[in-house]
Design a protein around this ligand. Structure first.
Ligand code: NAD
Ligand code: ZN
Ligand code: ZN
Length: 398
């Protein structure tokens, strides 16, 4: 039996690379399946969503094999797989989706009804998402492979752009979904909260969609500097100048057409004093303030139903103090939820292959080995302006 190694969540602040079982063509509860494939993992990225678990801000159990951002090469196909073969290079949407249920048929693959007994929506290596084993590993199993996988048409060409294509499993479609659901189009003025990889991917997507100006906000000086370097306007929320005033300094008006929350529930407050504390509703409230009447707000930033580390008892159950009346008064639209990656990944693959978007440079892709994953988690947690991409078989480094 071939061996496997993967990144395992141990406890708050701690992950370890351990020996884990070689993947099997079976569901998390042990039912044999013919619709899956086994992949040799070519690249697998560390995500801000993983950090919520590793910071102890979810109910993730010890022993969870992490990793939902996966690109790989097919090494074994199940008996029911029809469109894939051994050797294919594929991008794995982070959503596990069946392709057969009502929401999958509606293209809402982020909330598939049949891959997670406890709620709608499945993902690899994630708490409450159905128990599918994570792909920050040497090998991983992907179910419903014909439906889920995006095959790169030319493997050799794809390998030359693999640092960009690795972003198709999550952050680029997620940023794009944020921009689309915020209504970004030609000439839009856009504010993106958060200069992490998702925020930068949203900003790059807004540019791809024709935005006139894209402003990115954060409190992390290194990330803001990186955002400016790759061509975006920035606002520094650790300053004692309000977000609206900083936007007015750039645009001449305190409101934007479109706003995207790429922060989520671990948001910090604004200003010198505010920045010292978490304030989980800050981003949502400030986006309602700065989005114009009838504007849309895209919310890829993650909000949870249970947060053991929350600042107050209500937030422990995901209840936040949101000034909903303001959004109502301005006729805002809100769009939340896990990104249905499959809605966008093929078009975005083409945008990468035809040099319409240099996403690896924009998010600061940095390759690391599987054994360096714990250091990658720590550096990302400390706010490095980087997207860490694990190269478990040293195929990208080569
Ligand atoms: P990240 O943690 O690297 O980035 C978040 C950034 O927000 C940090 O740089 C932080 O300094 C900044 N920030 C904190 N408070 C802020 C505030 N008040 N205003 C502006 N910026 C603030 O994470 P990431 O990988 O970029 O992911 C961002 C969010 O998107 C996370 O919540 C992640 O879970 C979520 N996500 C959602 C989906 C989805 O399908 N919806 C997919 C991927 C990631
Ligand atoms: Zn992710
Ligand atoms: Zn489904």
């Amino acid at each position: 039996m071939p061996e496997n190694r993967g990144v395992v969540y141990i406890e708050q602040g701690k992950v370890e690379v351990q020996s884990i079982p070689f993947p099997k063509l079976e569901t998390p509860n042990g039912r044999k399946i013919g619709h899956g494939v086994i992949l040799r993992v070519v690249s697998t990225n560390i995500c801000g969503s993983d950090q919520h678990m590793v910071r102890g801000r979810t109910t993730a159990p010890a022993g969870l094999v992490l990793g939902h951002e996966i690109t790989g090469e097919v090494i074994e196909v199940g008996s029911d797989v029809e469109t894939l073969k051994v050797g294919d290079l594929v991008s794995v949407p982070f959503n596990v989706a069946c392709g057969r249920c009502q929401t999958c048929k509606e293209q809402h693959t982020g909330v598939c009804l049949s891959v997670n007994p406890s709620r709608a929506g499945g993902a690899y290596g994630y708490v409450d998402m159905g128990g599918w084993i994570g792909g920050q590993a040497e090998f991983v199993m992907v179910p419903y492979a014909d439906f889920n996988l995006l095959r790169f048409p030319d493997k050799a060409q794809a390998m030359t752009k693999i640092r960009d294509l690795t972003c198709l499993s999550d952050i680029l479609p997620t940023g794009f979904h944020g921009a689309v659901t915020a209504g970004v189009g030609p000439g839009s003025t856009v504010y993106v909260a958060g200069a992490g990889p998702v925020g930068l991917a949203a900003a790059a997507s807004a540019r791809l969609l024709g935005a006139a100006v894209v402003i990115v906000g954060d409190l992390n000086p290194a990330r803001l500097e990186h955002a400016r370097k790759v061509g975006f306007e920035t606002v520094d929320l650790s300053q004692d100048v309000t977000l609206a005033d900083q936007i007015a300094q750039i645009l001449g008006t305190p409101e934007v057409d479109c706003a995207i929350d790429c922060v989520g529930f671990e948001a910090r407050g604004h200003g010198h004093a505010g920045a010292q504390h978490e304030a989980p509703a800050t981003v949502l409230n400030s986006l309602m303030e700065v989005t114009r009447a009838a504007g849309k707000i895209g919310i890829p930033g993650l909000y949870v139903t249970d947060d053991p580390g929350a600042v107050d008892p209500a937030a422990k159950h995901g209840s936040l103090s949101i000034r909903f009346g303001l959004g109502w008064a301005k006729s805002h639209s809100f769009h939340t939820g896990q990104t249905p990656v499959m809605k966008y990944n093929r078009q975005l693959m083409q945008a990468i292959l035809w040099d319409r978007i240099n996403i690896a440079e924009i998010v600061g892709v940095q390759l690391i080995t599987l054994d360096q994953a714990p250091e990658g988690y720590a550096a990302f947690d400390a706010g490095a302006p980087r997207k860490f991409v694990i190269d478990p078989h040293q195929l990208l480094a080569a």
